[in-house]
Design a protein around this ligand. Sequence first.
Ligand SMILES: [Zn+2]
Length: 355
Amino acid sequence: MYDSHQDTPSQLLRLRDPGIDNNYSQVDFPKLKKGGVDGAFWALYTPPDYDPSQAESYATRLLDAIYAAAARYPGAAAVTISPSEAAENRGKGLFSIFIGMENGLPIGNSLDKLHSFYRRGVRYVTLTHNADNPIADSAAGHATWGGLSPFGREVLAEMNRLGIMVDLSHSADSTFWDCIKYSKAPVIASHSCCRALCQHRRNLTDDMLRALADKGGYVGINFCPSFLSDSFGKGYESILDEADAAEAAFIADPADASRIEAWHRAQDRIASVPRPGVKEVVDHIDHAVEICGIDHVGIGSDYDGILIAPEGLDDVSAMPLVFTEMNRRGYSKEDIEKVSGTNLMRVWDRILTAI
Ligand SMILES: [Zn+2]
């Protein structure tokens, strides 16, 4: 099984030991093994409010943390830069760490920086996070460029030339359509769901899903409850401001017992919002397959990047439940293999052979 998006590097920087199965992680090597996950893109996520030089040094720290984790556990995992290497690792029982960059901000205004991240193993770039950047507009941005910037067009061409996958999760719709138009290679959405089922702006419309498939691309269905279910999203959002305010008040004066109580009450209310589960994840897979066809859909769980996981899918060790549900709904073994990873590997391979 291959997952197109996990946020584990951010957790590694919090000094989490990936070799230990503990209660606080959604992803670690023991849980990946239990979940039958053979490889995943680990994201170099940089916050959208950083300036480009801060983002570059932070992304470099994340890269260092990935290489340190692989060096510490050579019997468990290896940094991997191609589908063929992944197949070799799988034969040896090693988890393949693929490296994606989530937010192109560390590239700044320099193709040289793109080259140096490529040399250190970055094989996809999610063009934006939740703000416009020098490359392109974000789904949560202010339409700074109306899609790709002029520099973004250069980045896109260079990514095509190097064989770095263009990841359009988090992009504005305008950026998405620019990349469909100008990319010479298939493009992907590493961790997004279907807007027809959940209105969130991070999700893809049916027209976008169709265009992605027509271009030979890939969508990895995200497990984030707010992207799976409108009713969860509304319930959660309505409490979030209150919870943030309660937390800030508590931090300002931790000795005030009434503030601690208010903070706990807000946490309890968040925990009481009914979460979507395996059924909703597979509903999004069903819809994406209906629109894109079975060859263009996979899983981009976003584990370690989502604060709240779906009901029953609390961490990556539960991954097989998704495929059990697909089997129950009548998907063939071959189709389940496609969604559980061979589609991602095939699309990546095609992008590499296109150069
Ligand atoms: Zn993301």
